[in-house]
Design a binder for this molecule. Structure first.
Ligand code: PMP
Length: 434
């Protein structure tokens, strides 16, 4: 039945169909971290709908908020509601007390890309400048502005003339340092390179409106920057009067065990983008959280029919309350540490595993042809995903070279489910390297 529906989908939706190509299932229902297809096969979902379902599929606690809201009000543009003010306050409450009155929250359209567009636009309004600096390995979305700041050339080349002016600089990717340094012998040369291009009149780069980056890269392969990188980027931006945007769309909403992935750094950006987990159990929503200093637009400058759907907002409120009531942030840190250490143990035998990294339940395993050359091995990753799928485990793949297995389980997973998932993963890894 799955095959039949997949064929029908292909014939009706055409070649734009993406995820089901690699994970061929037609889905019937899902709960927590388990997805069931129309044939009754059950899968452990360590993908979470691309990092959306942080509180788990169809979480009952959140569903109550959704059902209650559906009875009262679903769509009312950007009019104030108690529901909405509550969510804004919960977001602001994540800031240190002294900063709460410095920041504002605006809902954008339903997708992450909408928040990125709004953030870039706000930075342009504020500075009167055009360009954006983004990073190698970045992913910010598929709309024109967000895509222009997404580094994969293949995705952008046919649209190039339509897109704003973006320059790309190195991210702090210590496993593949472009300066051939190691994490313990560098002076954050990647961030210094940014300073160099900004401050050298011959770099060819006009001063941009914004510097846009993910505090931990998601699609780029779960790349965790070296300590101090975010601080340095923000300082360089401040010295040069450039707006800093942190894209927390994937790494935010408790994915790393903190509400925001950048929270351990000692700096705050001017604008934060959020989406995905903010809609609780998959309701579309996005927002920007921004310092009053960058507020530079007036009524009507950034409108939109679906800025803050009330059901999505209710789901966000439910997710926040669920996380607080069940201490999900701490659970995420605990489960993340457990999963990471198990991965290190189970994959120690493998000559193909070059790097294992993670923060909270944001975990990546990078595959190489051999550990010395570090030549990326995207083929083995595709094979591993296919074989894991056949055994009932789904996850994302990504990376600068598409050679990283990316685990994004719902944050509510327990040890038993992690053990079951990793048993499949280990078995497949042993098979492919034999
Ligand atoms: N930013 C980041 C960091 C993302 O991971 C994504 C989605 N993968 C987006 C932006 C775009 O979000 P959407 O697909 O909802 O437009």
């Amino acid at each position: 039945r799955s095959k039949e529906l997949l064929d029908i989908q292909r014939s009706l939706e055409g070649s734009i169909v993406s995820y089901p190509r690699e994970m061929p299932m037609a889905v019937k229902r899902a709960r927590g971290a388990i997805v069931e297809d129309v044939d009754g096969n059950r899968f452990i979902d360590f993908f979470s709908g691309a990092g959306v379902l942080n509180v788990g599929h169809c979480n009952d606690y959140v569903l109550k908020y959704v059902k209650r809201q559906q009875e009262d009000l679903i769509h009312m543009l950007d009019f104030p509601t108690v529901n909405k003010i509550e969510l804004i306050q919960k977001i602001l409450h994540q800031l240190p007390a002294e900063l709460r009155s410095e920041f504002k929250v605006s809902f954008c359209g339903p997708t992450g890309s909408d928040a990125v567009e709004a953030a870039i636009k706000l930075a342009k309004h504020k500075t009167g400048r055009e360009g954006v600096i983004a990073f190698h390995g970045s992913y910010h979305g598929m709309t024109s502005g967000a895509l222009s700041a997404t580094s994969l050339v293949k995705l952008r080349e046919k649209l190039r003339s339509n897109m704003p002016n973006v320059s790309f600089v190195p991210y702090s990717y210590c496993y593949r340092c472009p300066f051939k340094k190691t994490a313990d012998n560098c002076q954050l040369d990647c961030a210094e390179y940014l300073r160099y291009v900004l401050e050298n009149p011959h770099s060819g780069m006009a001063k941009p409106a914004a510097i846009l980056l993910e505090p931990i890269q998601g699609e780029g392969g779960t790349v965790i920057p070296k300590e101090g990188f975010l601080e340095k980027i923000v300082n360089i931006a401040r010295e040069n009067d450039i707006v800093v945007i942190f894209d927390e769309i994937q790494c935010g909403f408790f994915r790393t065990g903190d509400f925001w992935a950048f929270r351990e750094s000692n700096v705050f950006p001017d604008i934060i983008t959020m989406s995905k987990g903010l809609g609780g159990i998959g309701f579309p929503i996005s927002a920007i959280i921004y310092n009053k200093q960058v507020e530079s637009w007036g009524a009507g400058d950034h409108i939109g029919t679906f800025r803050g759907n009330q059901v999505s907002i209710a789901a966000g409120n439910g997710a926040f309350d669920f996380v607080r009531e069940y201490n999900v942030a701490e659970h995420t840190r605990e489960m993340g540490a457990y999963m990471l250490s198990r991965l290190h143990e189970l994959l120690a035998f493998s000559p193909a595993v070059g790097d294992i990294r993670g923060k909270g339940l944001f975990i990546g395993v990078e595959y190489v042809k051999d550990k010395k050359s570090k030549a990326p091995d995207p083929a083995i990753v595709r094979t591993i995903r296919k074989m894991c799928f056949a055994k009932g485990l789904v996850f994302e793949i990504g990376g600068h070279y598409n050679n990283v297995v990316r685990f994004l389980p719902p944050l509510i997973v327990n040890r038993e489910l992690i053990d079951n998932a990793l048993a499949i993963f280990e078995e497949v890894n042993r098979t492919v390297t034999n």
